[in-house]
Design a protein around this ligand. Structure first.
Ligand code: PA5
Length: 468
């Protein structure tokens, strides 16, 4: 196991317990009080049990994904040689992690540099966007990575059908070369078809759910294609794995985070968490976190079947951009948010030169760095939010590097699992998402769903229309 001269990630909890005049809005110190430590120990035990039974196989990925990483690197070599464009098609957990990793580690304008292949993640089924993609990425020169754990998600399967048609039209019998598949090893129509057509296929282990799958080929293949060190990403996750399963909550960063977030909800009525990186390259991490937290923690029933309507809403914001959009609300609006600042040293600095000769008012900017300005603004916003009596924490990554990204992703996965146990919910299902999928299929005429379609149409017809 790799040792790091500098930790890939640290978390500063100072402003969670010290905000505001006379501590108003603070979490009562200590964060790990006796009661919460007891609860965390139970949550850890619950998750140790699920690790033991293999129910949360994502927890083993830092080690178990080595073979997936090897295969991803092999596939990536061919893809890098043969194609000008790489398009990942998937939605939710099959897209957000890949996008977050590509942006966090890659060049901010990678597709406009000479880097080949150019990287795209096409998650939404917006026809204008898809037509636009075909305009800029000729299917003849494009490799498509189709990602769907279930192998039946309508958005992704519709994209596959369209792409298949386009590739066949462009290259005829050579179409197979343009497709790579990531799906469940056994179930789903996609897996069956991939076997029949002998397509290069990677697997998401059966007990790894979509939003916990970033450390499989869902995230590793695009990262390898973009030339990133996927082994370093797993090393960062391994580093975090040791810490996040530590049985002593005091030494476990995921336990600290889960304690804070659950206590903020229960004791301060904080129902929103704002993830606010001060780095444009880390902005997409907020998208990944939103899905992970929202789908895992937003639940109607607890594990005993009791209706509880539990959940806190994850929000993403970007520093400094949202200082000129959202921060007014965060500082002076309702005390219903906890801010999770994220920062990382920048790869380079841009010096601010002398600006307006003879002007004194703005001369204070001159000679400083752009990154220095941004991080000073972060310190200023941390302080403004604390002084207004609202809790925040700051996560510091060691850089925009794969190790730190691997550690960050794994940290939040375990935090989410522990919070799920503390709320006594199943953090790994998403029944609220399934309902929408069923309605869509029925309305589009899926065979066998005629009765459902009828019932839905009757229900819609009975609504009193209000169109203004
Ligand atoms: O976390 C989940 O399981 C979901 O959000 C899925 O990622 C999303 O619905 C896509 O599913 P699939 O990968 O099966 O296409």
């Amino acid at each position: 196991m790799k040792t790091f001269s500098k930790p890939p990630l640290t978390i500063d909890f100072t402003n969670a317990i010290n905000p505001g005049p006379a501590g108003a809005g603070a979490i009562a110190a200590p964060i790990l009080n006796e009661a919460i430590v007891k609860e965390l120990k139970l949550a850890l035990a619950d998750n140790y049990r699920m690790r033991e039974t293999g129910e949360i196989a994502w927890a083993e990925l830092p080690h178990e994904a080595q073979a997936i990483a090897d295969q991803s690197v092999v596939f990536a070599k061919t893809i890098r040689n043969d194609f000008e464009n790489f398009v990942q098609m998937g939605i939710g957990g099959s897209a957000l992690g890949a996008q977050a990793v590509l942006e966090a580690v890659g060049h901010p304008y990678a597709n406009l540099t000479n880097q080949r292949p150019r990287m795209f993640v096409a998650d939404n089924i917006d026809p204008d966007q898809l037509n636009g993609l075909f305009d800029v990425a000729d299917p003849k020169k494009t490799c498509y990575h189709i990602v769907t754990k279930s192998g039946s998600t309508p958005e992704t399967m519709a994209q596959l059908f369209i792409v298949l048609d386009r590739i066949k039209a462009a290259v005829g019998d050579n179409w197979r070369k343009h497709l790579y598949i990531t799906t469940d090893p056994k179930v789903g129509a996609l897996k069956k078809w991939a076997v029949e057509e002998n397509l290069p296929t990677l697997h998401i282990p059966p007990k790894v759910g979509g939003r916990f799958s970033v450390l499989t080929s869902v995230g590793l293949l695009p990262a390898a294609v973009a030339g990133m060190d996927v082994y370093a990403m797993l090393e960062g996750a391994k580093w975090m794995q040791i810490r996040c399963w530590h049985e002593n909550p005091e030494q476990n960063p995921a336990a600290w985070l889960a304690a804070l977030l659950v206590r903020a909800d229960r004791e301060l009525g904080i129902k929103m968490f704002v993830m606010m990186p001060y780095s444009s390259r880390l902005y997409r991490m907020g998208d990944w976190f939103r899905q992970l937290w929202a789908e895992s923690i937003g639940k109607r029933y607890d594990r005993d079947g009791k209706e509880i309507f539990v959940g806190t809403t994850p929000i993403k914001a970007l520093g400094a951009t949202d200082q000129h959009s959202q921060v007014q609300l965060y500082v002076e609006g309702p005390k219903d948010k906890l801010t999770i600042f994220v920062e990382a040293p920048f790869d380079g600095e841009v010096k601010i030169p002398i600006g307006l000769p003879g002007d004194k008012a703005l001369a204070y900017l001159e000679g400083h760095g752009m990154g220095e300005l941004l991080l000073t603004e972060l310190r200023a916003t941390e302080r403004a939010i604390a002084k207004a009596g609202r809790p925040s924490i700051t996560i510091k990554l060691s850089g925009h590097n794969p190790e730190a990204v691997g550690a960050f992703l794994y940290l939040w996965e375990v935090t989410t699992a522990l919070a799920g146990s503390m709320y006594n919910i199943n953090a790994f299902d998403q029944p609220g998402v399934e309902a929408g999928k069923i309605t869509t299929a029925a309305l589009l005429g899926k065979p066998g769903m005629e009765a459902e379609a009828d019932a839905i149409n009757k229900e819609l017809a009975a609504f009193k229309k209000i169109v203004v």
